[in-house]
Design a protein around this ligand. Structure first.
Ligand code: IPE
Ligand code: IPE
Ligand code: MG
Ligand code: MG
Ligand code: MG
Length: 300
């Protein structure tokens, strides 16, 4: 068990380094004008982050036999979009957080106006990467499908819709259905789309896409249930972001609606569904089953 865990830890670290190299290459240099904005973008991207969305994208492609060189850059685009969502999520008008990835949040360091624009720029840049990479006409249709999957996932019927409902549900006695919907939208949809990007760029057929999407739906929901549990159980030092804040803000979370023990049980069941779906993919899902276990066991 220990060697399996060590092996996964090494894989995660290697893939993270690979993604970070691509991010550094694709993001505008810190000294290029508007330099302060580029510094703000880089501050949030390189503060440290698990890079889970690009890792899932690459792992899906690995499982389905997609060429890694083609997937790396779009995977980095996903991380830019995810980082935009964090920069805006932390703004005073939203969750009002001062710590993220172990660093002061973008607006604390650069001011609110720059943080808003840095978020806008990370979103735009991420979409530009997804719309243009991998380059060349041979990729046009797969690239178009990958782009569409992401664009739809982060819109008002997905991530933004979930963020809106998350804010509206504060202090409101959310129902079980509502908290599941919020989580699937605000967090689950981008995770699902990350897997879809890997699959489209591997030219997966419809049945494989559907199976992978089942995995994605489950791991996306599980990821946010675990995030809620970590907010209850973790410390800011471990998490690199505030803890105990969801209850203080009256957020609609799994622990608030179901209690901690029941939330843990739902997390276990949801991850079991993810693992079962992954096992039906080629090569038993490759890394995907162990990545599901990682989501449940992570401590940050
Ligand atoms: C945090 O995401 C925000 C959620 C969607 C729950 P991560 O836990 O993936 O944050 P980083 O990227 O590792 O910082
Ligand atoms: C964030 O959910 C979801 C998005 C950023 C889209 P949370 O508000 O729970 O994330 P943390 O806990 O601040 O990372
Ligand atoms: Mg939030
Ligand atoms: Mg938040
Ligand atoms: Mg949270």
């Amino acid at each position: 068990v220990t060697s399996v865990a060590a092996e996964l830890t090494a894989y995660l670290a290697e893939t993270r380094a690979e993604i970070d190299e691509v991010l550094d290459r694709l993001l505008p240099p810190a000294d290029a004008p508007p330099a302060r904005l580029h510094q703000a973008m880089r501050h949030s991207v390189f503060a440290g982050g698990k890079r889970l969305r690009p890792i899932l994208c690459l792992a899906a492609a690995e499982t389905l036999g997609g060429p890694r060189e083609a997937v790396r850059e779009p995977a980095a685009g996903l991380e830019m979009i995810h980082t935009y969502s964090l920069v805006h999520d932390d703004l005073p008008a939203l969750d009002d957080d001062r710590l993220r990835r172990g660093q002061p949040t973008c607006h604390v360091v650069f001011g609110e106006a720059t943080a808003i624009l840095a978020g806008d720029a990370l979103l735009t840049h991420g979409l530009t990467v997804l719309g243009t990479r991998p380059a060349g006409d041979a990729w046009a249709s797969a690239r178009g499908r990958a782009f569409e999957a992401v664009a739809v996932a982060i819109g008002t019927g997905g991530m933004i819709g979930g963020q809106v409902e998350d804010l509206e549900a504060e202090n409101s006695h959310a129902s079980e259905e509502q908290v599941a919907r919020i989580h699937e939208n605000k967090t689950g949809r981008l995770i699902r789309a990350s897997l879809a990007v890997g699959a489209h760029l591997s030219r997966a057929d419809a049945a494989t896409l559907a199976r992978l999407d089942e995995y994605g739906r489950a791991i996306g929901l599980a990821f946010q249930i675990k995030d809620d549990l970590l907010d209850v159980e973790g410390s800011a030092a471990e998490l690199g972001k505030s803890s105990g804040k969801d209850a203080a803000s009256g957020k609609a979370t799994f622990p608030a609606v179901w209690g901690v023990d029941r939330s843990r049980a739902i997390l276990r069941d949801t991850l079991a569904q993810a693992i079962e779906a992954a096992r039906g993919l080629p090569h038993g899902g490759g890394r995907l089953p162990e990545l599901a276990r990682f989501v449940g066991e992570r401590s940050r």
